[in-house]
Design a protein around this ligand. Structure first.
Ligand SMILES: [Zn+2]
Length: 193
């Protein structure tokens, strides 16, 4: 199942930029391609609206505001993807962009590895990775950090649950506080904060 599922039903609007509030909600304030968040990238200003099927392939001007073809994208992914679009012959060979609204691209076509690199599984994954440059260093760093933070969050959630359960018994809290301190020290050490 795809990560992004459209729930909004906007009215027909004049310009593709007018759909931005709807797209922000449908894409949960994340880039459709690299999946980075507005919170991580410093806000909405870092995001643009991508025509999944590029404008130069349109047969009529009306297609420019077709909501289903508009994708919320960080500026970098949008710029790299640009006007690239495969020919019918390439599509027949599986060389096409993975569609983050129709398939789980990070499962079906590409897999993240613990060191932040990507394993490409299909021709579609290769084409997508190559043209959006999903293997660029900033995205490798994002994926590594995401994995680290997921593990830290798991540990913190575990500690929180234990502390909540044991609030009535202060003696049993000592090892949990020690474990919490260990996690905090590790964050301080690795990020120099
Ligand atoms: Zn992106």
């Amino acid at each position: 199942m795809s990560l992004f599922v459209r729930k909004e039903s906007p009215p027909r609007l004049d310009h593709h930029q007018d759909y931005r509030p709807f797209l922000r909600r449908d894409f949960c304030c994340r880039c459709a391609y690299c999946e980075r968040t507005e919170a991580f990238l410093g806000g909405e200003e870092s995001f643009e609206i991508d025509h999944f099927k590029p404008v130069h392939t349109f047969e009529s001007a009306g297609q420019a505001t077709y909501y289903e073809n508009l994708y919320y994208s960080c500026a970098k992914c949008n710029r790299y993807k640009g006007g690239v679009w495969p020919s019918p012959r390439m599509v027949a060979q599986g060389l096409r962009f993975a569609d983050p609204c129709r398939e789980d691209m990070y499962q079906e076509h590409i897999r993240e590895t613990p060191d932040g690199t990507l394993n490409v599984l299909t021709s579609c994954g290769r084409y997508t990775c190559q043209h959006i440059r999903l293997d660029r260093p900033s995205l490798m760093a994002w994926r590594r950090m995401k994995l680290e933070k997921a593990e830290e969050r798991r540990q913190l959630e575990q500690l929180k649950s234990m502390l909540e359960l044991e609030l009535s018994n202060p003696e049993q809290m000592r090892p949990n506080v020690a474990a919490l301190n260990a996690v905090i020290s590790d964050i301080k050490r690795r990020f120099a904060i």
